[in-house]
Design a protein around this ligand. Structure first.
Ligand code: PPS
Length: 321
């Protein structure tokens, strides 16, 4: 299945390696066979996709490198967008390089594990160039090696209401998740932190607090929507790279919602249909702020707001909806 993905123009050695999943397999990982919609399991008290849980030992054993750049998010908060931006910055205008592989190959997902595909750690271990690592882990569960190595970390947070809507549609289309149930049920599970990667509230607050001590650039999805070039400048500066207006403009164009939606290297259409079904809901769905208004009823909104006020009472972190 993996070998059937589209050919790549690959200046980076790892791409050739990851086309051969057998060569990439880590010793000791049990071979899991595809069962659609495996149930959620728990690791370190956090709900996680069943197949990811089975691979957890490899995540714990992962070795970060000092020049790794970590992109951390709660799911559906702009991870892919920021991944594309960072890969463009590191590629210094080389548009062949930014097309060398799908986004999950260029920026592997640390804890990723689904049957018959290389795991995130397998992909990362094979990279011989500077690595950009994606993770959805809450700050308290992130492997300590990232802090030991003082890796630069970019955290992107998005308002909870748009996240839960985006996540609901993602659960529907990405069949490695359990059934989402009805919208009402999913919203309840989200509020109770029973969806994969747990509580949005703890996630965004945990990383917000960690930024006081660690090397973390904390970015809001809504700020990226409002002024993408301003936020791209911030990323350049954080990574210690000099930029020209022309470069920023080119990255802005290449990472717009429409450009990424049309880019098979960014839009996840190369993922096997047994993992993501874009006919149910495309990965690049709407990319806006405020779509929650098309999903929440008035009663759901009032209930959510009351819960939100309680959960966010102990933080100065604020969002635009
Ligand atoms: N360039 C750009 N501009 C604006 N919005 C964008 C962009 N790229 C991705 N997106 C939107 O981000 C949502 C997916 O989030 P993630 O990439 O974090 O998803 S994942 O957790 O890694 O699966 C998902 O949001 P929704 O459209 O609301 O579902 C994507 O459409």
């Amino acid at each position: 299945m993996w070998a059937e993905l589209q050919p790549l123009a690959a200046p980076c050695a790892f791409i050739a390696n990851i086309r051969d999943p057998e060569a990439a397999l880590e010793t000791g990982r049990p071979r899991v066979t595809m069962s659609s919609r495996p149930p959620i399991k728990y690791v370190s008290g956090m709900p996680i996709l069943g197949d990811f849980a089975e691979n957890w030992e490899n995540v714990k054993r992962f070795q970060a490198r000092a020049d790794d750049i970590l992109i951390a998010t709660y799911p559906k908060s702009g991870t892919t967008w920021m991944s594309e931006i960072v890969d463009h910055i590191l590629s210094e205008g080389d548009t062949v390089r930014t097309k060398r592989g799908a986004i999950y190959e260029r920026v592997p997902f640390l804890e990723y594990a689904v049957p018959d595909m290389p795991t995130g750690t397998e992909r990362l271990n094979l990279l011989d160039c500077q690595r950009v690592v994606k993770t959805h882990l809450p700050v308290e569960i992130l492997p300590k090696c990232f802090w030991d190595e003082k890796c630069k970390t970019i955290y992107i947070a998005r308002n909870a209401k748009d996240v839960v809507v985006s996540y609901f549609h993602f659960y529907r289309m990405a069949i490695v998740h359990p059934e989402p149930g009805t919208w009402e049920e999913f919203l309840q599970n989200f509020m109770e932190g029973k969806v994969a990667f747990g509580s949005w509230f703890n996630h965004v607050k945990g990383w917000w607090n960690a930024r006081k001590e660690k090397n973390i650039l904390y970015i809001l999805y809504e700020d990226m929507l409002e002024n993408p070039k301003r936020e791209i400048h911030k990323v350049f500066e954080f990574l210690g790279k000099k930029e020209s207006e022309d470069e920023v403009e080119k990255i802005h164009q290449a990472t717009s919602f429409q450009a990424m939606k049309n880019n098979p290297m960014a839009n996840y259409t190369s993922v096997p249909g047994s993992v993501m079904d874009h006919s149910v809901s495309p990965f690049m769905r709407k990319g806006i702020c405020g779509d929650w208004k098309n999903h929440f009823t008035v009663a759901q909104n009032e209930m959510f707001d009351a819960f939100y006020r309680k959960e966010m009472a102990d933080t100065d972190l604020t969002f635009r909806f």
